[in-house]
Design a protein around this ligand. Structure first.
Ligand code: 13P
Length: 254
Protein backbone atom coordinates (compact mmCIF):
# COMPACT_ATOMS: atom_id res chain seq x y z
CA UNK A 1 0.00 0.00 0.00
CA UNK A 2 1.26 3.45 -0.86
CA UNK A 3 1.85 5.99 1.87
CA UNK A 4 0.48 9.51 1.43
CA UNK A 5 2.77 12.26 2.66
CA UNK A 6 1.79 14.19 5.79
CA UNK A 7 2.98 17.76 6.28
CA UNK A 8 2.44 18.65 9.92
CA UNK A 9 2.98 21.92 11.80
CA UNK A 10 3.76 21.87 15.51
CA UNK A 11 3.17 25.41 16.70
CA UNK A 12 4.51 24.53 20.18
CA UNK A 13 3.89 27.27 22.79
CA UNK A 14 3.47 30.03 20.23
CA UNK A 15 0.70 32.34 19.00
CA UNK A 16 -2.05 34.32 20.67
CA UNK A 17 -5.50 34.84 19.21
CA UNK A 18 -4.48 37.53 16.72
CA UNK A 19 -1.41 35.94 15.12
CA UNK A 20 -2.83 32.42 15.44
CA UNK A 21 -5.94 33.47 13.54
CA UNK A 22 -3.93 35.13 10.81
CA UNK A 23 -1.66 32.10 10.46
CA UNK A 24 -4.50 29.54 10.37
CA UNK A 25 -6.54 31.57 7.89
CA UNK A 26 -3.56 32.04 5.60
CA UNK A 27 -2.74 28.32 5.66
CA UNK A 28 -6.40 27.51 4.91
CA UNK A 29 -6.46 30.00 2.03
CA UNK A 30 -3.31 28.66 0.41
CA UNK A 31 -4.34 25.01 0.84
CA UNK A 32 -7.69 25.78 -0.80
CA UNK A 33 -6.11 27.71 -3.67
CA UNK A 34 -3.43 25.19 -4.62
CA UNK A 35 -3.55 21.54 -5.51
CA UNK A 36 -1.50 19.36 -3.19
CA UNK A 37 -0.75 15.65 -3.20
CA UNK A 38 -0.05 15.57 0.55
CA UNK A 39 -2.20 15.72 3.66
CA UNK A 40 -1.93 18.65 6.09
CA UNK A 41 -2.03 18.83 9.86
CA UNK A 42 -1.66 21.78 12.21
CA UNK A 43 -1.16 21.42 15.96
CA UNK A 44 -1.69 24.73 17.76
CA UNK A 45 -1.54 25.12 21.54
CA UNK A 46 -4.65 23.96 23.47
CA UNK A 47 -5.82 27.57 23.87
CA UNK A 48 -6.23 28.05 20.12
CA UNK A 49 -7.68 24.68 19.06
CA UNK A 50 -11.31 25.83 18.86
CA UNK A 51 -10.43 29.06 17.09
CA UNK A 52 -8.09 27.41 14.59
CA UNK A 53 -10.77 24.80 13.84
CA UNK A 54 -13.06 27.63 12.74
CA UNK A 55 -10.35 29.26 10.63
CA UNK A 56 -9.66 25.97 8.82
CA UNK A 57 -13.27 25.39 7.83
CA UNK A 58 -13.53 24.15 4.23
CA UNK A 59 -9.78 23.54 3.90
CA UNK A 60 -8.32 20.05 3.90
CA UNK A 61 -6.16 20.60 6.98
CA UNK A 62 -6.55 18.33 9.99
CA UNK A 63 -6.43 19.68 13.52
CA UNK A 64 -4.21 18.16 16.19
CA UNK A 65 -3.12 18.81 19.78
CA UNK A 66 0.39 18.67 21.18
CA UNK A 67 -0.22 16.42 24.19
CA UNK A 68 -2.97 14.56 26.03
CA UNK A 69 -3.60 12.87 29.38
CA UNK A 70 -4.29 9.13 29.46
CA UNK A 71 -7.41 9.36 31.65
CA UNK A 72 -10.89 9.90 30.23
CA UNK A 73 -11.73 12.53 32.87
CA UNK A 74 -11.35 13.27 36.55
CA UNK A 75 -9.03 14.84 39.10
CA UNK A 76 -6.08 15.84 36.91
CA UNK A 77 -5.75 19.59 37.30
CA UNK A 78 -4.43 21.32 34.22
CA UNK A 79 -4.61 18.26 32.00
CA UNK A 80 -6.68 17.62 28.87
CA UNK A 81 -8.32 14.26 28.11
CA UNK A 82 -8.53 12.45 24.78
CA UNK A 83 -12.33 12.90 24.83
CA UNK A 84 -11.89 16.66 25.14
CA UNK A 85 -9.65 16.72 22.08
CA UNK A 86 -12.03 14.58 20.04
CA UNK A 87 -14.90 16.79 21.20
CA UNK A 88 -13.07 19.85 19.85
CA UNK A 89 -12.69 18.24 16.44
CA UNK A 90 -9.08 17.11 16.76
CA UNK A 91 -8.11 14.19 14.55
CA UNK A 92 -4.50 13.92 15.70
CA UNK A 93 -2.42 14.35 18.82
CA UNK A 94 1.37 14.60 19.12
CA UNK A 95 2.62 12.38 21.96
CA UNK A 96 6.08 12.04 23.47
CA UNK A 97 7.71 15.05 21.84
CA UNK A 98 11.26 15.37 23.13
CA UNK A 99 10.33 18.69 24.73
CA UNK A 100 7.76 16.82 26.84
CA UNK A 101 10.12 13.93 27.51
CA UNK A 102 12.64 16.51 28.79
CA UNK A 103 10.47 19.26 30.35
CA UNK A 104 7.97 16.87 31.94
CA UNK A 105 10.04 13.73 32.40
CA UNK A 106 7.73 11.65 30.18
CA UNK A 107 8.79 8.01 29.93
CA UNK A 108 8.14 5.48 27.18
CA UNK A 109 5.64 3.76 29.50
CA UNK A 110 3.65 6.95 30.06
CA UNK A 111 3.75 7.76 26.36
CA UNK A 112 2.42 4.33 25.45
CA UNK A 113 -0.43 4.79 27.95
CA UNK A 114 -1.34 8.14 26.39
CA UNK A 115 -1.18 6.64 22.90
CA UNK A 116 -3.57 3.81 23.80
CA UNK A 117 -5.99 6.29 25.41
CA UNK A 118 -5.91 8.51 22.33
CA UNK A 119 -6.51 5.55 20.00
CA UNK A 120 -9.48 4.52 22.11
CA UNK A 121 -11.33 7.71 21.18
CA UNK A 122 -10.37 7.53 17.51
CA UNK A 123 -7.45 9.97 17.52
CA UNK A 124 -4.40 9.34 15.35
CA UNK A 125 -1.21 9.69 17.34
CA UNK A 126 2.06 11.22 16.18
CA UNK A 127 4.60 9.45 18.39
CA UNK A 128 7.93 11.28 18.58
CA UNK A 129 11.32 9.66 18.97
CA UNK A 130 14.89 10.84 18.54
CA UNK A 131 18.38 10.87 19.98
CA UNK A 132 20.37 13.50 21.88
CA UNK A 133 23.64 14.85 20.51
CA UNK A 134 25.57 12.77 23.02
CA UNK A 135 23.78 9.61 21.94
CA UNK A 136 24.52 10.38 18.30
CA UNK A 137 28.18 11.06 19.01
CA UNK A 138 28.39 7.75 20.85
CA UNK A 139 26.96 5.90 17.86
CA UNK A 140 23.76 5.00 19.72
CA UNK A 141 21.19 6.68 17.45
CA UNK A 142 19.65 3.54 15.95
CA UNK A 143 19.53 1.73 19.28
CA UNK A 144 17.91 4.71 21.05
CA UNK A 145 15.28 5.17 18.33
CA UNK A 146 14.45 1.47 18.14
CA UNK A 147 14.15 1.29 21.93
CA UNK A 148 11.74 4.22 21.88
CA UNK A 149 9.68 2.41 19.23
CA UNK A 150 9.60 -0.80 21.28
CA UNK A 151 8.77 1.14 24.46
CA UNK A 152 6.22 3.69 23.32
CA UNK A 153 4.33 2.18 20.36
CA UNK A 154 1.47 -0.03 21.57
CA UNK A 155 0.43 -3.37 20.08
CA UNK A 156 -2.78 -1.79 18.76
CA UNK A 157 -0.87 0.59 16.46
CA UNK A 158 -1.94 0.57 12.80
CA UNK A 159 -1.25 2.82 9.83
CA UNK A 160 -4.62 4.43 10.45
CA UNK A 161 -4.09 5.39 14.09
CA UNK A 162 -0.33 5.91 14.27
CA UNK A 163 2.32 8.13 12.71
CA UNK A 164 5.94 8.17 13.88
CA UNK A 165 8.04 11.34 13.90
CA UNK A 166 11.82 10.98 14.01
CA UNK A 167 13.22 14.18 15.47
CA UNK A 168 16.90 14.23 16.43
CA UNK A 169 16.86 16.42 19.53
CA UNK A 170 20.00 18.29 18.50
CA UNK A 171 18.36 19.26 15.19
CA UNK A 172 15.28 20.84 16.76
CA UNK A 173 15.28 24.61 16.42
CA UNK A 174 19.03 24.70 15.83
CA UNK A 175 19.26 24.96 12.05
CA UNK A 176 21.43 21.83 12.14
CA UNK A 177 20.23 18.66 10.43
CA UNK A 178 21.55 15.15 9.87
CA UNK A 179 22.58 14.31 6.33
CA UNK A 180 19.95 12.83 4.06
CA UNK A 181 21.78 9.49 4.25
CA UNK A 182 21.67 9.60 8.08
CA UNK A 183 17.94 10.36 8.05
CA UNK A 184 17.21 7.49 5.66
CA UNK A 185 19.29 5.12 7.75
CA UNK A 186 17.30 5.95 10.89
CA UNK A 187 13.92 5.83 9.14
CA UNK A 188 14.72 2.43 7.63
CA UNK A 189 15.79 1.16 11.07
CA UNK A 190 12.61 2.56 12.63
CA UNK A 191 10.53 0.75 10.02
CA UNK A 192 12.43 -2.43 10.81
CA UNK A 193 11.63 -2.02 14.52
CA UNK A 194 7.97 -1.40 13.65
CA UNK A 195 7.97 -4.58 11.56
CA UNK A 196 9.37 -6.55 14.47
CA UNK A 197 6.72 -5.16 16.79
CA UNK A 198 3.66 -4.96 14.53
CA UNK A 199 4.40 -7.15 11.54
CA UNK A 200 5.86 -6.27 8.20
CA UNK A 201 2.67 -5.33 6.42
CA UNK A 202 1.61 -2.79 9.09
CA UNK A 203 5.13 -1.36 9.26
CA UNK A 204 5.16 -0.81 5.50
CA UNK A 205 2.02 1.31 5.78
CA UNK A 206 2.89 3.45 8.82
CA UNK A 207 4.07 6.95 7.99
CA UNK A 208 7.39 8.06 9.43
CA UNK A 209 7.92 11.84 9.42
CA UNK A 210 11.22 13.64 9.75
CA UNK A 211 11.39 16.66 12.07
CA UNK A 212 14.21 19.03 13.06
CA UNK A 213 14.99 22.30 11.29
CA UNK A 214 12.92 21.44 8.21
CA UNK A 215 12.58 24.50 5.98
CA UNK A 216 11.75 25.22 2.33
CA UNK A 217 15.41 24.97 1.29
CA UNK A 218 16.00 21.44 2.65
CA UNK A 219 12.50 19.95 2.40
CA UNK A 220 12.92 18.47 -1.06
CA UNK A 221 15.99 16.45 -0.13
CA UNK A 222 14.40 14.95 3.00
CA UNK A 223 10.94 14.36 1.53
CA UNK A 224 12.41 12.48 -1.43
CA UNK A 225 13.98 9.79 0.79
CA UNK A 226 12.33 6.36 0.43
CA UNK A 227 11.33 5.99 4.10
CA UNK A 228 10.45 9.62 4.81
CA UNK A 229 6.68 10.07 4.58
CA UNK A 230 6.34 13.71 5.55
CA UNK A 231 7.63 16.30 7.96
CA UNK A 232 6.89 17.55 11.47
CA UNK A 233 7.75 21.23 11.34
CA UNK A 234 8.26 23.62 14.23
CA UNK A 235 9.65 27.09 13.49
CA UNK A 236 8.87 27.09 9.77
CA UNK A 237 5.25 26.12 10.42
CA UNK A 238 4.70 29.52 12.02
CA UNK A 239 5.09 31.19 8.63
CA UNK A 240 2.29 30.16 6.27
CA UNK A 241 4.40 30.72 3.14
CA UNK A 242 7.24 28.52 4.43
CA UNK A 243 4.85 25.80 5.61
CA UNK A 244 3.13 25.72 2.22
CA UNK A 245 6.42 25.88 0.34
CA UNK A 246 7.62 22.79 2.22
CA UNK A 247 4.42 20.97 1.21
CA UNK A 248 5.04 21.83 -2.44
CA UNK A 249 8.17 19.66 -2.21
CA UNK A 250 6.27 16.56 -1.13
CA UNK A 251 6.16 13.76 -3.69
CA UNK A 252 2.80 12.18 -4.37
CA UNK A 253 3.15 8.79 -2.73
CA UNK A 254 5.77 6.50 -1.24
P1 13P B 1 11.93 22.95 14.34
O1 13P B 1 11.31 22.72 12.97
O2 13P B 1 11.71 24.32 14.86
O3 13P B 1 13.35 22.49 14.37
O4 13P B 1 11.11 22.00 15.36
C1 13P B 1 10.95 20.67 15.07
C2 13P B 1 10.00 20.08 16.03
O5 13P B 1 10.32 19.89 17.18
C3 13P B 1 8.65 19.75 15.55
O6 13P B 1 7.96 18.99 16.47
Amino acid sequence: MARKMLIAGNWKMNCLTADGTTLAKEIARQVKENKFDCEFLVCPPFTLLAMVKKCLRGAKVALGAQDVHFADKGAHTGDISPYMLADLGCKYVIIGHSERRTDHGESNELIEKKVVAAHNVGLTTVICIGETLEERENGRTIQVCQNEIFGSVPEDATAKNTVIAYEPIWAIGTGKTPTAADVEEVHAAVRKALAKKLGRSTAEKIRILYGGSVKPSNAKEFLALPDVDGALIGGASLKADDFIEIAKNAPKLK
